[in-house]
Design a protein around this ligand. Structure first.
Ligand code: GDP
Ligand code: MG
Length: 370
């Protein structure tokens, strides 16, 4: 807030940009037309022209929280935990995700398992668990960098025959920074040279101490290829979820995060969204990152068409005017005009920000060449 580019300030003062740039030089400020001016420089200039500066209330179209509905505590209901799987390359993240899906997703009528929407839900003892099918740290860090907190629990996969590796440490540091509880899945326990005790020993260094040794980290031995330990892992996830008291209000306009998105030749922009609050309906006007639209169709994780999606549910939607990015947030609006206005405003803002970034980068390049 409180900043203007040289060009914007020139417009407000009814002066040309080049005149303003000269004026700034005179004041010892070297600036290009897209440069953001700080409050002091703006005041200096304005003073020089004999005008006073009044700060406008900045309505930031990027701030969707402004439009979000407050939660009535009485309306909060238990929701499924959202789980991501992290760990060193080749330690078995993909195999574990597939193994859980295979053993637990029973609804295969709609072609089920072959469908892939970037996230899925399973049931254990009548309770649901949502898995984000985005192994690797990239998705997690991009989401975090965009301020999205979509994960409730992280499963840290460590191969019992390989032990703690650099990306294991990286992953646990990400989870710790995000204050997301960690469950350690010691994988490949079927292998002859598996040494689960060594994994425990090594992780102690990173304050992940098993309960058996007086700590509070849950370790589960699994074999992703054999499907062993998956039930226990799910039980432990539900145990942690219970402690976390995960809740959401299903009775409001939906909001949440983009898991993945792409341009489909036939269907246009397609996005997998994770609903984090509220309930989403077909026909809802929606703003997703810098795109907007009206939800034309929704498909769940087993490829079935659905009309509604509540908290912690992943769902694939069509009907957007562009392709959003993983980690973008979305919000449903009561009226389509508003959604359009805010969506367009956000797109303009994003373009401006990008242009400024580009002009700054090229200036840096120039300096580097000198
Ligand atoms: P990612 O890079 O963490 O996603 O690892 P992958 O799931 O691709 O697995 C890497 C390799 O380890 C593959 O060849 C898997 O078949 C193998 N693998 C994964 N889990 C197990 C397991 O529980 N036991 C054994 N023996 N091999 C496994
Ligand atoms: Mg993988």
């Amino acid at each position: 807030a409180g900043s203007l580019t040289v060009e914007e300030l020139a417009g407000k003062l009814n002066k040309t940009t080049s005149e303003l740039i000269k004026k700034l030089m005179g004041l010892g400020v070297m600036a290009t037309k897209n440069e953001d001016l700080d409050k002091t420089s703006i005041e200096l200039i304005a003073d020089d022209y004999g005008v006073t500066v009044e700060e406008e209330e900045v309505v930031d179209p990027l701030d969707i929280e402004r439009y979000e509905e407050e939660d009535d505590p009485a309306k909060l209901e238990e929701r499924a935990p959202v789980v991501t799987i992290m760990g060193h390359v080749d330690h078995g993240k993909t195999t574990l995700l597939d193994g859980i899906r295979k053993t637990k997703v029973t609804d295969t009528e709609a072609g089920g398992i072959t469908q892939h929407i970037g996230a899925y839900q399973v049931e254990e003892g009548g309770k649901k668990v949502t898995f984000l099918d985005t192994p690797g740290h990239a998705a997690f860090t991009t989401m975090r960098a965009r301020g999205a907190q979509a994960t409730d629990i992280t499963i840290l996969v460590v191969a019992a025959d390989d032990g703690v590796m650099p990306q294991t440490v990286e992953a646990l540091n990400h989870a710790k920074a995000a204050e997301v509880p960690i469950i350690v899945a010691v994988n490949k326990t079927d292998k002859e040279n598996a040494n689960p005790d060594r994994v425990m020993q090594e992780l102690t260094q990173y304050e992940l101490v098993p309960e058996a040794w007086g700590g509070d980290t849950i370790f589960v031995n699994v074999s992703a290829v054999k499907g062993e330990g998956i039930d226990e892992l799910l039980e432990m996830i539900l145990l942690v979820a219970e402690v976390e008291e995960l809740k959401a209000n299903p009775a409001k306009r939906a909001l949440g995060t983009v898991v993945e998105a792409e341009l489909d030749k036939g269907r246009g922009p397609v996005a997998t969204l994770l609903v984090q609050g509220g309930t989403m309906n077909v026909g809802d006007p929606i703003v997703v990152g810098h795109t907007y639209g009206r939800i034309r169709a929704m498909m769940n994780d087993v490829g079935r068409r659905v009309k509604t999606a509540g908290p912690s549910t992943p769902v694939e939607i069509t009907g957007l005017n562009g392709v959003p990015q993983a980690g973008d947030q979305f919000l449903v609006f009561a009226d389509e005009k508003k959604a359009k206005q805010i969506g367009e405003g956000r797109a303009v803002r994003a373009k401006e920000a990008q242009r400024r970034q580009t002009s700054r980068v090229s200036l840096d390049d120039l300096y580097n060449q000198i």
